[in-house]
Structure formats: C-alpha cells, structure tokens
Design a protein around this ligand. Structure first.
Ligand SMILES: NC(=O)N[C@@H](CC(=O)O)C(=O)O
Length: 454
C-alpha cells in the first residue's frame, strides 16, 4: 500500500469545521497550505494538481470510529475487512477500531496482527484492532493483553464487546493491567443474569408484544460498578454504546467526581425508539436495545453537554439468514458506518445542539484520543492545520438522500434507516492525502483522481 499520496488536491472553497470558506491544499500526505479562496499557490491544474469544487462543503478531520464490527476472520459472508473499511471510507471515516468478537476471537497477538495487516493492505482506512479482554470472550481468564499491546497492531483498546466482562475480579485485573501501556477497557455494560433471554428494551412495548425485556438497570448497574472500580484502581474506563437516561446520570456523576471515564452513544440510540419493535422487524433488534423517547432525549442532552464523549457506530453487519427470520431467532445488530454522520447532523447539528466543530470532536478527535491514535506517523483526529496529516472529510450538509441498504458499500443490508430520508452526504474522504472517496463514490487505491468535480 502506498501511504504517500502523489496527487495534490486543492479543495476550493471548503469550510473547515463549518467556518469561512478557504482553499485547503493536500499535498505529500499533509495539509500543505490553507489560503483564501482562489489564492492557493498550488491552485492551477496540471502537473498532478486536482482542483475539487468544495463550495458549500464542510471540511472535517477524517472521522474515527471506536466501535466497528468487521466480521473478518470468520463471518466474511456478512462483511470483510475490505467491504467494511470501504463502507467506512464512504461514511467519511479514515480510521476504525475493529471489535474482537470474530472467529477466531481477536485475543492473541497473532489474530490482531492479521486484522491489522489486512486493513493496511485494503488501504481504505487505518484499522486498529480491539483486543479481547478475556480468552475467547468467555469471561474466565485474561487474554494476552500485553502481547497484543506490544504487537505490530499496537492494541490500546480492549473489549469483550458483545459480552459483558461481568466478573468484577476479571474487570479489576483488566483495568489494572492496561495501565502499563496506557490502554483502556471498553465495557459492554450488560448484567447477564438480568438480561437472560432478553429480546428488546423492558417497558410498555415489550409487555405489549410479549417479548422478554432488557431492563435499563442491567446496563446501569454495570456502569455504576465499573466507574467505582476504575476510581479504585486509578485506571481508564470507556463505556460502550450507552443507551439509557440513568446511564447518562451515572457517567455525569462519575465525571464530576474526577473518575477517568469516557462514554459513547451510537447514532441509532440518538434517534430510534423501542416503538419500532411493534412491526417485529428484526432490523430493529440490537444490543443494547432501542430505548424510549425519554432515553433518546437524555443521550442527546448528554452528548450536547459533554457527558457522552463520542459517537461510535457499533456497525454490526449480519448475513441475510441471520436477520430474515422471526424476531426471537434473529441476531442483534444494525449497520451504521454509512449513515452515522447524517444521523448526527439530523439529530444534533440541524437541531442546534452541536456545531460542526463539536462534530469534529465527537466523531474524530475524541475517539482518536481515547484509542490513543492521535499521535505519531499515522496520527488521526488532528486539527485541520498546515503540517497535519491530510485526513479530511468533505460533507455536503445541504444534500438529502434516501437510504438504500442494497446500494451501500457494506456487504450487509441491515440498515435501520432503509427508505428514510437523511440530511448530509459525504462527498470526499482523504486518507493522508489520498482520495478514498470522490464525488460520493469509493475510489480504490491506484485510481486516485477519478471522478472529480473539477
Ligand atoms: N451491537 C449488536 O447488536 N451486535 C454486536 C455485538 C453485540 O451484541 O453487542 C454484533 O457483533 O453483532
């Protein structure tokens, strides 16, 4: 894979973080120049320079997802590292963290290095493997955290996501262990005994439908325990896909106490509610489950006031046979990489609750910081400044599109936004100055300057 881009791009009239229009010049893999519109020194076409008409487009630092399921190795019928990372680029991402619940589980240096290499060779985004906390995600024995941290994949985020590290002693040991290399434990907060057989949020709708409920307390009890454990051992905790009003309250309290905790919310929990289960369409079956309108309001508020640090997709592609079945038999999970930015625009920007600068924080700089990928040669989530790596996403906030799962880059079609109109579209994505998306379409490596709006 070539990491150094050869084409110079002038993004004419782009609005960094939604501010005043400028020319952004990407050259040699970095942001080479920021000039008044039309005044960029590299502004003429020819000799490898491509001018992109970015009038009206918002420029963001390349998006970083802390929570993606790429399914390879093991379930390449649902997604591969190639298809999943192409979907990520299409969604404006330049880096993703790949969750460990693959087959085999990413619980050894060998598996995480393999995922890292396949990501590097695909070349769409930087792939940072997440290491499992426990061997086989079985919750019994700590995995080789140190070996994964020391491997070529340089793992810093550890999670049994899909399963909760419910044993408090194992959780304590993991929190203590990762301190040695400034790692973080990302917890899937789900008390297993309180959620046995659970199919959806426990509440009015589950009672009506006769489906076993997943009570809010099953999430909140684990978060409460874990923030206290993190405080006790002085370690860093990250809460995956927080979904209830009570969880927001607990994290707010913990931060107020100075506990080193960060939290994420998914795009779907920012907008969808458990009412959607009424149609028994398993597209809406997800873990944690869609909650109530009050919970949606609470997570929006938490994201707006900084209690929730980031938006992470929890992109969970599933093969058709795992979703085209009755609700109880269907797999948990929904895709999200190609709709995340639009949902954040709709729920948070268009409602006046976040600015585009805030979006850059919750979808780029903060997740990069939590994953400790914000420094070094392949730094992500950096500000749009001269000399910084040219990881840039161009968004058209005025665009509107109707979501069609079949037309997406992901290999799976389980998008919960099928047929919905969403605002905003990713027009271009640049990974260290190389275009991975132009004119809204993925550009394979080696076909850099195709399809440009010049
Ligand atoms: N988020 C999901 O609904 N599904 C995830 C794992 C999980 O169950 O959390 C998956 O890997 O499919």
């Amino acid at each position: 894979m070539s990491s150094a881009a050869t084409t110079t791009y002038v993004l004419r009239g782009a609005r960094p973080l939604g501010g005043e229009p400028v020319d952004l010049v990407l050259s040699g893999g970095v942001i080479a120049e920021i000039a008044p519109v039309g005044a960029a020194r590299a502004g003429s076409e020819g000799d490898g320079t491509v001018v992109v008409d970015a009038t009206g487009l918002v420029a963001l630092p390349g998006l970083v997802d802390l929570h993606t399921h790429l399914r390879e190795p093991g379930r390449e019928d649902a997604e591969t590292i190639g298809s999943g990372t192409r979907a990520a680029a299409a969604g404006g991402f330049t880096a993703v963290h790949a969750m460990a619940n693959t087959t085999p589980v990413a619980d050894t240096a060998g598996v995480v290095e393999q995922v890292w290499r396949l990501g590097r060779d695909a070349g769409w985004v930087d792939v940072h493997p997440v290491g499992a906390v426990s061997v086989g995600l079985a919750g019994q024995q700590l995995a080789e955290l140190g070996a994964m941290a020391d491997s070529a994949a340089r793992v810093r985020v550890f999670s049994d996501d899909g399963k909760c590290v419910d044993d408090p002693i194992l959780m304590r040991r993991a929190l203590e262990y990762v301190k040695a290399f400034d790692g973080v434990v990302a917890q899937h907060a789900q008390e297993p005994r309180l959620t046995e057989g659970a199919q959806m949020n426990e509440g009015v709708v589950s009672a009506e439908l006769g489906l076993a409920g997943w009570p809010a307390v099953a999430e909140e009890a684990i978060i409460a325990r874990d923030v206290l454990l993190a405080e006790h051992v002085g370690s860093r905790l990250h809460v995956c896909h927080l979904s209830t009003a009570g969880s927001v309250e607990i994290v707010r309290w913990a931060k107020g106490r100075g506990i080193d905790v960060t939290a994420e919310v998914t795009p779907h929990h920012l907008v969808l509610t458990d009412d959607l289960a009424r149609g028994y369409d398993p597209t809406f079956k997800v873990n944690p489950p869609l909650r109530t309108a009050e919970d949606v309001e609470a997570v929006r508020e938490g994201l707006a006031d900084g209690t929730i640090d980031i938006v992470a997709t929890d992109h969970a592609p599933h093969a058709r046979e795992d979703k085209d079945c009755e609700w109880a038999a269907a797999a948990f999970g929904m895709t999200g990489l190609e709709t995340a930015l639009s949902v954040v625009q709709q729920t948070m920007v268009d409602t006046g609750r976040l600015t585009w600068a805030d979006v850059a924080r919750v979808l780029s700089s903060a997740p990069a910081r939590i994953g400790r990928i914000d420094a070094g040669e392949h730094a992500q989530g950096r500000p749009l400044e001269v000399g910084e790596p040219a990881n840039v996403t161009l968004v058209d906030p005025a665009a509107r599109r109707v979501v069609d799962g079949a037309g997406q880059a992901t290999a799976s079609t389980n998008t919960p936004f099928q047929g919905r109109e969403l605002p905003g579209a990713v027009v271009a994505t640049f990974l260290r100055g190389r275009a991975t998306v132009l004119d809204g379409a993925p550009v394979p490596a080696g076909a850099d300057a195709r399809g440009v709006r010049a």
